[in-house]
Ligand binder design. Sequence first.
Ligand code: GAL
Length: 715
Amino acid sequence: MKFNKSLLLYLLFFLLHFNLNAQELTWTEVEPGVWKGVFGVPESYNLLTASGVKPDHQSLKALGTAIFPFAGSPVVAQQLDGKTYLRFPLHHTEQLYGFGLNFQTVHQRGKILELHVDHYGGKDNGRTHAPTPFYVSSAGYGVFINSARYIKVWTGTSMRQESKAFPTPKDRNTDKTWSSRNQSDEVEILVPGTGIEIYVFGGPKTIDAIKRYNLFNGGGYLPPRWGLGFTQRLMTRSTAEEVEQEVDAFKAKGYPLDFVGLEPGWQSKAYPGTFSWDKNRFPQPASFVQSMLDKGIRLNLWINPYVSPDAPFYKEIKPLTASHTVWLGLVPDLNLPKARNLFFNQLQKDQVDIGVSGYKIDEVDGYDYYLWPDVATFPSGISAEQMRQTYGLLMQRYSAEMFKNNNRRTFGLVRASNGGGTSFPYVIYNDYYNHEDFITALINSGFAGVLWTPEVRASKTAEEWLRRFQSSVFSPMAMINAWASGTKPWTYPEVEKQVKEFALLRMRMIPYWYTTFARYHFEGIPPFRAMSLEEGFKPDLQSTAGSANLEENPYAEATAKEIKDQYMAGESLLVAPMFTGQTKRQVILPKGKWYDFYTGVFAGDGQVITATPGLDKIPVYVKDGAVIPMMPALLHAPKSGEKVDLEIRHYGEKETDYSLYDDDGETFNFEQGQFSWRKIRVKRQKNGQLKGSMSPPEMGKPNSIGRVTFKFMTP
Ligand code: GAL
C-alpha cells in the first residue's frame, strides 16, 4: 500500500514536470526544402485554404534541397486547455525577423505578440494589416504557422526550468547588468485550437527560406507594366469632369500618370456601398472609362465590402451575410459561392467589363469599433475570428479572379492580408503616416510575403513632401493618395521640379522594376527587403558613427542595432531615404564595392559612410557590376506590343551577366510560356574597356525592346 502511494506521487510529479503529453513533432518534406508537421487535429479552415494558392513546385524544385533546420533540436507540441502549445528551439546567436507587417521594429527577438488582423495602432504588438504567422531566423530557416486564429507568440522571452541554457540568476542588489527582460532559448506559440499544421522552410541562408515561403505561396504577383508607373488617387467625390481635368493637367504639365484612383463618391452611396456608379458624378460610366483608356489612363476604384440597402443585390445577398453589420451594411460571407457570385458579378458587369482596371479594398482589417465583433456569426459556420484573419485574403483572391478570367492583369491596394497572400495583386497601405515607420514597414514587408506602399498624402513643408515622394518612387507602388487633401505632385512649387524629376525617374526605371517583380514571381525574391538579407552585410557593431570595417562575428545579428532606415530595392540598389530635417545620414554599405546611383562614382566598400545628398536626391547606391536597364521618361508605361529603347547602365568594375525579363506586360500569356529572359552581358575587352551585349529576341515571344545602348556609369 505504502509503496503504491509513493509510486502514485512519483507519477504525479513526473506528469507535472515532464509534460507527458508534450510531443516531438515529426516532419514530412512536402516540397524540396519545405517540411510539414501536423499536431492534433488541425482545423480545415486555415490561411492556405482561405487563399487557395498552390505551391510553385517547379520553382521550388529549381531551388534544390535543403538541410532540415531542427534535426538536432526538436520542435515540441502539447495540448492543454483546448489549445496547442508549440516550442521551437532558439539559439542565443539567432536574430528573428517577420511575424507580419511591423512598423517600428525589424528585430523580432524578445517580443510578445498577438497576431491579429487590424489597422496599425502605433505599436508593434502583433495587431497589423498583415500579421503573417511566419518568421525567419538569421540562422537561415523559416517557420509558418498555418492558422487563421489569433495566435500568440513569445519570441525568446521566458526561461523554462529544464532549459539546457539556463543561466545563473543575477542579484539585482549587486549586479548592474540585471535586467527585468528575460531571454530564453525557445520561440513559444499558443494556438487557440486543438491542432495545427506547421511548415518549416530550409536555407541555407535566410533569404533562401523567404524565397521558399514565397514560392510555396505561389510566388509574388507579376504586376502589369502600368502598375509600376505612377498613380494618383483623386479627391473624394470627384466628378467625371474633374477626373478628366486632372488627368489632362498631368499631361499638360508633363507628369507621368498610369492609373488614377477614384475614392468614395464614384458609387451612388458609400459606407456602406452600392457598388454601382453615381449617375450624377458619372452619368456615362462606360464612355468615361473608355475615354480614360484612350488617354492611356486606367481606373482603380475604392471599395469596402459592406453592402448598402441600395445595392442592387442587397435582398439576395442578405441571407448570405454575417449576423452583425459594418456601418449598418451587410458583410458578405465570402466563403459561400453564392454570396461571392452576387457580390463579384456586380463588380464584374458594372465595372470590370467596361474596362476598370483594379480596386482599392479598404477597411477589411479593422478597427474593432466598426468591424464585426468576435461574437458575430457567419452562415458558412466559419467563426468571426477566422473571418477577421482572412477577409482581406478572400477579397483579394476573388477580386483577382475577375481579372484573371478576362486574361488581364490588375494591380491594386488592400488594407488587410495574411499568410497565403503573396501571389495576390495587391499592395498594402494604411492611414498611419510616419515616414520613418513607413520605411521600416517596407523592410518588414519582405519578411511577411506582402507588398507595402509608403504612400504620400500631404505634408507640412515642401521638404517633407519631396522626401516622402522620393521614398515612394523606390517602393512597390509610387502613389499620391490625395483622397482628403486634393494634393497634386506640383502642389509644393518650391520642389515641383525635383518631384517631376523623381516621377520621371520612376518611369525610366520600369524595365528594372519589371524584372525585379518577375524575380519575385519566378524565384520568390522579395522586391524590397532588409539589409540583413544582403550578401556581405554586417551590421556595424562598434557604433553607427564613423567609418568602421565590419568584422566577422557569429553573434552579430543577435546583438547588433537593428537597421530600419535603409533597404534593398531589386537586385542591386541600396536605398537610404532622407527624412525631414536631415541634411546628412549614415549608410552602411555591405562588403564589396558600391557606387553612387546618379553619378557612378565609387561610394565605399563594407563601411559606414555619411551621405549629404542635398534636397535634390535620395541616396541610392549600386552594387559593383550591376546592370540597371532604363527606358525613356515616358508619361505612360509601354503598352502591350509597344517597343521602347533601352539604356543599359553598368556600374563599377565587374563583368556581369544579367537577365532582363520581357513579356506582353498585360496578360497572363506568360503562364503559357509567352515570356523571355534576355541575356545582357558586360565583358572586359583586351584593351581593358568594358563592352556590353544583349541576346536577340526569342522567336515567337513578345518583344518590347527597341534600340539598346550601353552606358558605363563608373568613370
Ligand atoms: C480610408 C483609407 C483612405 C481613404 C479613405 C476614404 O479608410 O485608408 O486611404 O481611401 O478611407 O474614405
